[in-house]
Design a protein. Sequence first.
Length: 282
Amino acid sequence: MKFADLHLHTQFSDGTFTPEELAGHGARLGFAALALTDHDSVEGCARMAAACAAAGVEFIVGAELTAEHENTEVHILGYFLDTKNQTLLTEIARFQAVRQQRINEMVVRLNEVNVPLEVESVFALANCKSPGRPHVARALVKAGLVASLDEAFERFLKKNRPAWVPKAKVSALEGIDLIHQAGGLAVMAHPGLNRTDEIIPALVEAGLDGIECFHTKHSPALSERYLEIAEKFNLLVTGGSDCHGFSKGKPLIGGIKLTYEHVEKMKQAAAAKKSATTDAHR
Ligand code: AMP
Ligand code: ZN
Ligand code: FE
Ligand code: FE
């Protein structure tokens, strides 16, 4: 049997592994295919592709867009993206600028409650274009201002805590369009985490291609529920561990093994889309 993990993060967003380390773990665990899905970034994909090629693992380009639909946050995974697509790169740069600005605002708020964190320390630690709250949490721990990541979130970074800053997000419908125009498939990430099933029909209407039925935080019953929804709306079935390395406890890679038949179906769907677009442009 061949297996895939289609939801993985590296140091290019808030994971702790390098692409090479991640590819190494994937190969050691016997995965046939891996997708990199860093938050609002495709920056790590070139190195991940090379590392996977060296390890004999198939690589699928991906990204996880932070989006919203009617005030609910929804994460949209894009697969088989053209990483040279200019519109995609421009939009991603915009999302990353928003993330960086939010870091500045969070540090200002921390300073206002007399937590002397320096913003440069967060950017130095994040060392990527797509920083987020986990980097602020790590910087707080590193500076000895809190004892743990959990304490950082509980005291400062959680919603309605002193340093919480809302994040401006792309609309889910625009996110789906952006993925499509970059030649990709758009997949709703971990629907069981957000419990936002009521928005699924609108996303399907906008062209959603798939739904992440298998995820570390989905119970067997939840996976079953989303398999039924996938069937009902004729959506592709995907799955992945959402491994962030050591940034949220233990590495999760290996915990979700998506059977490769689903990857085959995704590849067929992506190829059909690409040939349809080519035809339309003739
Ligand atoms: P952001 O997208 O910048 O708002 O950051 C969200 C990230 O912070 C997600 O990956 C969450 O898993 C992570 N996160 C949220 N709460 C906690 C927590 N209590 N401890 C560790 N990570 C958390
Ligand atoms: Zn993350
Ligand atoms: Fe997510
Ligand atoms: Fe994720």
